[in-house]
Design a protein around this ligand. Structure first.
Ligand code: PGA
Length: 249
């Protein structure tokens, strides 16, 4: 944890959740929320408005999972940042490795989306992380440093932007880096944030994501410069998500 930051536990529901089970999950998270971590649930776009309504005035905020870089226009199937904000979202996940992979999203694309998010008043949660080959070839830090340099727009610090370090090979696999490797990567990201955003970089939140579970959360969340977690699979089970939140303090 970084002194002076409030931990954040964000749930990335991915493409899971119809109205009934999504609302039930959101209510269970809200009812069980305690402690000081900021909780965010990021449901599919179809549920953002319903959850924002159900969670209004509670300790649980709502985020989107992606947004377009334009505010509006001829982009069939896309959702813009002002639309997410209008639906009640406060956050938006950007540059998740599933989008970087499946939709060939590049760092400049992610940066433009983050700029659009900030312009709409949303707080971007920008994901970075190395594929397994780069970890094996001992160039993980180099790859992630390049993503950090090219994915974060100028206003990121002032907007209180969040970085999520998610090694691609740890997502949904049950595998995680060693705690030493997580700490080393987060220290590198911290140094880059301090250099890029001198006013805010020391206290911007850096989340770890990739197979975070109740069993490993306490160890990961206690590491220096780990200011919370971005949780996929375990965020679909309220008691697991809440157990991870409790481990954040
Ligand atoms: P996981 O996913 O917790 O299921 O590994 C994390 C993510 O993709 O954000």
């Amino acid at each position: 944890m970084t002194p002076g930051t409030r931990p954040m536990i964000a749930g990335n529901w991915k493409m899971h959740g119809l109205a009934a089970d999504g609302l039930a999950l959101a209510h269970a998270v809200k009812d069980g929320a305690k402690g000081q971590a900021e909780l965010v649930v990021c449901p599919p776009a179809t549920l953002v408005a319903a959850l924002a309504g159900a969670l209004a005035g509670t300790a649980v905020a709502v985020g989107g999972q992606d947004c377009h870089m334009a505010a509006k226009g001829a982009h069939t199937g896309d959702v813009s940042a002002p639309m997410l904000a209008d639906a009640g979202a406060r956050f938006v996940i950007l540059g998740h490795s599933e989008r970087r992979g499946a939709y060939r999203e590049t760092d400049p694309t992610v940066r433009a989306k983050a700029e659009a998010a900030i312009a709409a008043g949303l707080i971007p949660i920008v994901c970075v992380g190395e594929p397994e080959d780069d970890r094996l070839l001992a160039r993980a830090e180099e790859v992630v440093a390049a993503q950090v340099a090219a994915s974060l727009p100028e206003g990121f610090g002032a907007a209180g932007g969040v970085v999520a370090y998610e090694p691609v090979w740890a997502i949904g696999t049950g595998r995680t880096p060693t705690e030493a490797d997580i700490a080393a990567m987060h220290a590198m990201i911290r140094a880059r944030l301090v250099a890029a955003f001198p006013g805010q970089g020391a206290t911007l939140r850096i989340l770890y994501g990739g197979s975070v579970k109740p069993a490993n959360a306490a160890g990961i969340l206690a590491l220096p410069n780990v200011d919370g977690a971005l949780v996929g699979g375990a965020s679909l089970v309220a008691e697991d998500f809440l157990a991870i939140a409790a481990a954040a303090g």
